[in-house]
Design a protein around this ligand. Structure first.
Ligand SMILES: *Cc1c(COP(=O)(O)O)cnc(C)c1O
Length: 231
């Protein structure tokens, strides 16, 4: 069986090849290793292979892992799951990034609960395919929410995130990614600190990279299939 270190090497290579194929710089796209439901020992293996960016979806599971791995102090922890308002304090206190901001109230709570010494990097989640089952703001709401978030001093607004519809044709997927790229470029015009477009997962990262993704979130490709995805 392939080790986590080997899967990481393969993913780095695939990301570089996709970037080159899209006429982008070799280092234009970062890899966020999504370790949800996987044990701390898997994260330690990825860390030993040199990886530093990890994403978690569930607040308590994430915080438990952050505390278990506290000595690995150069890990960058990203929260990428749905956010309930009673969980914002734990997120504000333990994570460096949040990809899943979908309403002002959550942003305000994170801002109030974040230490002023180190801003929390945030991305607005966009419900790009208008799915009732998915979190995120409508594309038409991005500009307003961005404007409000930009006034919150303990947050640093870095860009956008999406989870497009699964199991659609590559053409449809590409259209969703292209729409995100358009929104992202518009946001960059207004806010110079915006530099992150979080899109692409194990199944669609090449298409996402060809449409300007700057960070792909890979779970299965790095850690293997998840047996029990919590809902
Ligand atoms: C689980 C998850 C991923 C990783 O998905 P894979 O298909 O396993 O790569 C990425 N982003 C989010 C928001 C997730 O919940």
């Amino acid at each position: 069986m392939e080790t986590i270190a080997e899967r990481l090497q393969r993913a780095y290579l695939c990301i570089k090849q996709s970037a080159v194929a899209a006429n982008r710089l070799l280092n234009a796209v970062q890899l966020l290793a999504v370790s949800k439901t996987k044990p701390v020992s898997d994260i330690e293996q990825a860390y030993a292979a040199g990886h530093r960016l990890f994403g978690e979806n569930y607040v308590q599971e994430g915080v438990d892992k952050i505390q278990a791995l506290a000595t690995l102090s150069d890990i960058e922890w990203h929260f990428i799951g749905p956010i309930q308002s009673n969980k914002t304090r734990l997120i504000a206190e333990h994570f460096l990034w949040v990809h899943s901001i979908d309403r002002l109230k959550i942003a305000q709570r994170l801002n109030d609960q974040r230490s002023p010494h180190r801003p929390l990097n945030v991305l607005i989640q966009v419900n790009i395919d208008d799915e009732v089952s998915k979190a995120g703001v409508a594309p038409s709401e991005v500009a307003d929410l961005a404007k409000q978030i930009s006034t919150l001093t303990n947050l640093q607004m870095r860009g956008l995130m999406c989870i497009p519809k699964a199991e659609v044709s590559e053409t449809q997927q590409a259209a969703s990614f292209a729409a995100m790229q358009h929104l992202f470029n518009a946001l960059k015009q207004t806010y110079p600190q915006v530099d992150t477009l979080s899109m692409g997962m194990s199944g669609d990262m090449q298409v996402a990279i060809s449409h300007g993704s700057t960070m792909v979130r890979l779970g299965t490709a790095i850690f293997g299939a998840r047996h029990s995805d919590k809902k």
